[in-house]
Design a protein around this ligand. Sequence first.
Ligand code: TYM
Length: 338
Amino acid sequence: MTDAASTDTRPVVLSGIQPSGKLTIGNYLGALKNWLALHEQYDTHFMLVDLHSISVRQSPADRLERCYEFIALYLACGLNPERNVLFVQSHVPAHSQLAWILNCYTQFGELSRMTQFKDKSAKHADNVNAGLFCYPVLMAADILLYGAHKVPVGDDQRQHLELTRTIAQRFNREHGETFVVPETMTPPIGARIMGLQTPEAKMSKSEDAETNAIYLLDEPKRIERKIKRAVTDMEGSIRFDQENKPGVSNLMSILAACTGQSFEQISAEYDGGGYGQFKKAVADAVIATLEPVQQRYAEWRNDEAALRDILRDGAQRAQQRAQTTVDRVHAALGFIPA
Ligand code: TYM
């Protein structure tokens, strides 16, 4: 499918993160870190999905602070705004426009089966709003608007990506080739970082227990303490076994994703040395990974005017491409051209 708004003919990549909670090492290893080099091969789009975040209550002041914080962190992690389209979802009205249309191409039963909806509606039982239910449709709109071929995410977004594909295929079947059917792109290691205290459940940025997650802005001492206290087992051996040794396997994944070592190399180097020595190595690797990010963060965060300039430019570029898709969809549906 050609796109009149862009002369870039490379395949398109798009991804996003919700401004809720605090960014964790899971978000970094599962998503952000893997975004950084993609602009070399793809026409890349990365956004902050603020519209998604209102499906769960948070004070406007907290949200605003978080939005600036997350954008500053994207940049501090090394996302280059000249080589990637970097923008905020609410600045591009096409997301809401396409979401309504796609709602009419999504079945109630499909949305009812989404595990994130089930989890979140159990967690926020006092506010099971329609936005929470239709959340995956807005996500489908995010992706289909840009004709994304690949969507780099962690493992927990797979089900949403499957639904996006279903919606795109259904629309294409009824109205002719309108949307690119996207593929999920997950990293071989780090796609599902688990909680330090609950290694059978994923690490989450909206996690209540502070000790369960490592946040990108945690100080080195705090990181060391959290990893020291991470749940392991009584066996004392360092080998990858997700089912029987979830805690150790998770720490191995974190170490492998931070250093590029394989599980075999990690076992060979640390097995026999005890969990204390192994945990120290994991902490050192995480601290070394986050150190440059933390150093660059303050500079970005303190310059809101620069952040807003970048986002204004990103939104303009994003809107251009998104609008061509909206126009194409409107034509496919038989709407009078505006
Ligand atoms: P969100 O904000 O929950 O998470 C952002 C990204 O981080 C990944 N991630 C993890 N990866 C590994 N281990 C973990 N413990 C972990 N926790 C989170 C997520 O898989 C994700 O890639 N619905 C999305 C945001 C979204 C989006 C989109 C993504 C909205 N529209 C369009 C891609 C394309 C979400 O809530 O991610």
